[in-house]
Ligand binder design. Structure first.
Ligand code: FES
Length: 254
């Protein structure tokens, strides 16, 4: 009922942490017209926003463009149709990739056609990596063209993070000061995993660099950001252990 991992992988004796919902994929503080772009199961968080907003705020103005392979693959399709029937402030556009190919974000043409006032809307996108990368590139190009006067913002929710850096770099001896553990780590394993494997109770949440639940103070040494390959670290700095690896000897205050 909760997740496949919880059901299949949890063993007696495992320690589970419960945390409040986290992240920055949230509705804007002040009402403004919205454009939701979703692909596949990426609609899930957006569906919560729509259910919260559309029936309760008659002044809301939401356009949802949802892509799925076929009509049968479009989850929440009936509920979305009912909401769109009931609330004129909500418009849903389905894009079936099986019939029309991928929604093309290489230019603004598709958006212009589907939602001509997209530039006046706060956009939210959730879906697979390629879909989000393309949307991000389109909004970046738009902002570069329109300059700071551009009204269109894009907020993205990712399910995973690409960890590119680390490979081939040296790690070092990692000391978990408060837990009195020392362990040799390579240069591409996140310190969160290194700590957990050593039996240290490491704080964590998303495990992909978004929620900041894993922040741990660095006492000494430097770490490599596995997303960007950047090496950094000052004593006292808070380190995101889920996306940082040792870059030489590291002392953590945990
Ligand atoms: S666990 Fe979420 S940022 Fe590290």
């Amino acid at each position: 009922a909760v997740s496949g991992t919880l059901v299949r992988s949890t063993k007696p004796g495992d320690v589970l942490f419960l945390a409040r919902p986290q992240g920055d994929f949230v509705l804007p503080e002040h009402p403004r017209p919205l454009l939701m772009l979703t692909a596949g199961s990426g609609i899930t968080p957006v569906m919560s926003m729509i259910r919260t907003l559309v029936p309760h705020r008659p002044d809301s103005d939401v356009v949802l463009i949802h892509t799925a392979r076929t009509p049968a693959d479009a989850i929440f399709r009936e509920e979305l149709a009912e909401l769109a029937d009931q609330f004129p402030n909500f418009r849903v556009i389905h894009w079936f990739t099986g019939e029309r190919g991928r929604l093309d974000f290489s230019s603004t043409a598709a958006l212009e056609q589907l939602c001509p006032d997209w530039r006046q809307r706060a956009a939210y996108a959730c879906g697979p990596e390629g879909f989000l990368d393309d949307a991000e590139a389109l909004w970046a190009a738009e902002t570069a063209t329109a300059g700071p006067s551009s009204d269109s913002t894009l907020t993205i929710e990712r399910f995973s993070t690409k960890l590119a850096g680390g490979e081939g770099h040296d790690g070092g001896l990692v000391t978990f000061e408060a837990s009195d553990r020392e362990v040799e780590a390579d240069g591409d394993t996140p310190l969160l995993d290194v700590g957990e494997d050593a039996g240290v109770l490491m704080p964590s949440g998303c495990r992909m660099g978004i929620c900041h639940s894993c922040l741990t103070p660095l006492r000494a040494g430097q770490v490599r950001d596995l997303r960007t390959d950047e090496v950094h670290g000052e004593p006292g700095q808070l380190i995101q252990t889920c996306v940082s690896a040792a870059a030489g000897p590291v002392n953590l205050d945990i």
